[in-house]
Design a protein around this ligand. Structure first.
Ligand code: GDP
Ligand code: MG
Length: 288
């Protein structure tokens, strides 16, 4: 999945959401539970103003449950916001979203006064999957490059909720280099657009700090490698990623490591915590 976001695309996507605002009571913002701040686009907070928002932390099956609990507490401190960990394919999780939506907009969600909802988020967080589960049928294509200029229709979910069939598309915010590398690690950025080895080294360094045992066990390493570059080389050797001269093919090793990390075989991993985000905000303002 590659989406090339140019200023023109961003302006159009933003305008599309702004144009629909008068017809929306509430946003369902889809975030990746493994990186719920880096997978958000702060522009949404600016344009939604006081409009209520249910933040769904999707791909909960891949995220560290303890960290996800911290994130839910973090988001629920904000007025007009509720947060929920979900797996977008699970009907039970998705019914909980509808209940939260009703609670946030008490006057709506009844026959004649439907609750009008729009799903928003950056590419690859699971918007289409969620819309399909909400609608109970396949109306949005999963894993496909979304069209930005289609004419949105509302779907009657027959439970007092009207859902925009086209997700509000936000672009990944790549201005913070650490956030961008977390996004690349998660698979949210087209693989052709990333420095594969650099991202794998970033991810491995992170794993060796936060989840060292998962790496040691998975790749049968006796002790933590001194650097991520050395670690990637050891992983490459373990997996037989060798070039003709016997050297490790770092690119293949990087591919294997990132694929396995993303698929969950190294365990449930969260790439950022509320504390990480608070620290980086302090750094930016210079008040360390
Ligand atoms: N593990 C996991 N994968 C998910 C979940 N929800 C969606 N996905 C996968 O994430 C990818 C992107 O999903 P999609 O719905 O197309 O995202 P969109 O670009 O935001 O519309 C697809 O491969 C989905 O199968 C989830 O809860 N858990
Ligand atoms: Mg989609």
């Amino acid at each position: 999945m590659i989406i090339d976001w140019y200023p023109g695309h961003m302006k159009k996507a933003r305008q599309q959401i702004i144009d629909l605002m008068p017809k929306i009571d509430l946003f369902i913002e889809v975030l990746d539970a493994r990186l719920p701040v880096s997978s958000a686009n702060p522009m949404l907070e600016r344009i939604r103003r006081d409009k209520p928002c249910v933040k769904v932390l999707n791909k909960n099956d891949l995220a560290d449950p303890l960290v996800t609990r911290e994130w839910i507490r973090y988001f629920e401190q904000h007025a007009g916001v509720r947060a929920l960990p979900i797996e977008a394919r699970k009907r039970a999780d998705v019914s909980r979203i509808i209940n939260l939506c009703r609670n946030l907009v008490p006057g709506r969600g009844k026959p004649g006064r439907s609750l009008r909802v729009m799903v928003v988020g950056i590419p690859n967080v699971g918007k289409s999957t969620l819309i399909n589960t909400l609608a109970g049928k396949k109306i949005a294509r999963v894993g496909d490059k979304p069209a930005i200029t289609t004419c949105p229709q509302q779907i009657d979910l027959r439970n007092g909720v009207l859902l925009s069939d086209t997700p509000g598309l936000l672009w990944p915010a790549l201005d913070d280099p650490i956030g961008a590398r977390r996004l690349a690690t998660s698979g949210a950025i087209g693989d052709n657009a990333i420095d594969y080895i650099g991202v794998a080294q970033f991810a491995l360094e992170f794993m060796l700090q936060r989840y060292p045992q998962a790496v040691l066990t998975r790749y049968k390493l006796e002790q933590p490698p001194e650097t991520a570059a050395l670690g990637l080389e050891q992983i490459g050797r373990r997996r037989g990623c060798l070039l003709s001269g016997g050297e490790v093919d770092s690119h293949r090793a990087a591919e294997i490591f990132l694929r396995e990390l993303r698929s969950g075989v190294l365990g449930r991993i969260s790439l950022e915590t509320p504390e990480d985000v608070a620290t980086s905000e302090t750094d930016e303002t210079g008040i360390v």
